[in-house]
Design a protein around this ligand. Structure first.
Ligand code: 6GU
Length: 229
């Protein structure tokens, strides 16, 4: 999978060089390129923002550097990419969207800062690819960078081969619409706290149904909204 990220803070994405995703990049499973939006400006100050038409607080990202960045990144590409703009005003990013995007050969992420990006950029991007506005949740971050880090990790780990043991992807929170069951390891007693005896019983069927009950009970307590769906 090819991933391009456009940002005015490209070094934030240095963190993608470590851990699982870093290994996946080294092995060639993920081909990640981070682009500095300011490289697509032509003035001495490398200006990427300007005041909003109609007035109001804050600055808006100018369309021209975005247009040039998208032309440069998408221009020579063989297939139409999915172009993601992280936005608190977007559709909620979920595990199911992560799974859908993990099948795309080419993702482009455009990180906005300030009050947002000139709206015409989204319209232009739709000519080059399939545009998705995606939000992590109902709170506001200063910019899209941290959201894109989260999305790249959630999507990247679902690309076949990135997570060594594919079974660990099956029984995790949100894959079946429920939260994950609790996990325990040795010792069997720790600071007077016992591991649930059923897990030591060797009865695989009983363990499986206990885990299922735990999943449902936890989801009911912590995330009743998931059971309603
Ligand atoms: Cl995707 N971007 C920003 N700026 N803030 C957010 C978000 C995204 N998701 C939640 N808050």
């Amino acid at each position: 999978m090819r991933i391009d990220v456009v940002s005015i803070f490209p070094t934030i994405f240095d963190a993608l060089e470590v851990s699982l995703l870093g290994k996946a990049r080294q092995s060639g499973l993920l081909d990640v390129a981070v682009h500095d939006l300011r490289d697509y400006t032509h003035d001495r100050h490398r200006t990427v923002d300007d005041t909003p038409y109609g007035g109001g607080a804050g600055m808006v990202m100018k369309p021209e550097p975005w247009g040039e960045a998208l032309d440069d990144i998408v221009g020579g590409a063989a297939e139409r990419p999915v172009i993601v703009f992280p936005s608190p005003a977007g559709e909620r990013f979920t595990q199911s969207i992560a799974r859908e995007l993990s099948a795309a050969p080419h993702l482009v992420f455009g990180c906005g800062r300030y009050e947002g990006i000139d709206e015409r950029v989204f319209d232009y991007a739709a000519e080059l690819g399939d545009v998705r506005l995606l939000s992590l949740g109902d709170y506001v971050l200063n910019g899209g960078e941290v959201a894109v880090m989260a999305m790249v990790e959630a999507i990247g780990r679902l690309v076949p081969g990135v997570v060594g043991n594919p079974e660990s992807l099956v029984e995790e929170s949100h894959e079946d619409g429920l939260l994950e069951y609790p996990s325990f390891t040795k010792p069997a007693v720790w600071r007077e706290r016992e591991v649930p005896p059923i897990l030591l019983s060797g009865n695989h069927g009983a363990v499986a149904s206990w885990r299922r009950e735990q999943q449902i009970e936890r989801t009911r307590l912590r995330r009743p909204d998931l059971l309603a769906d």
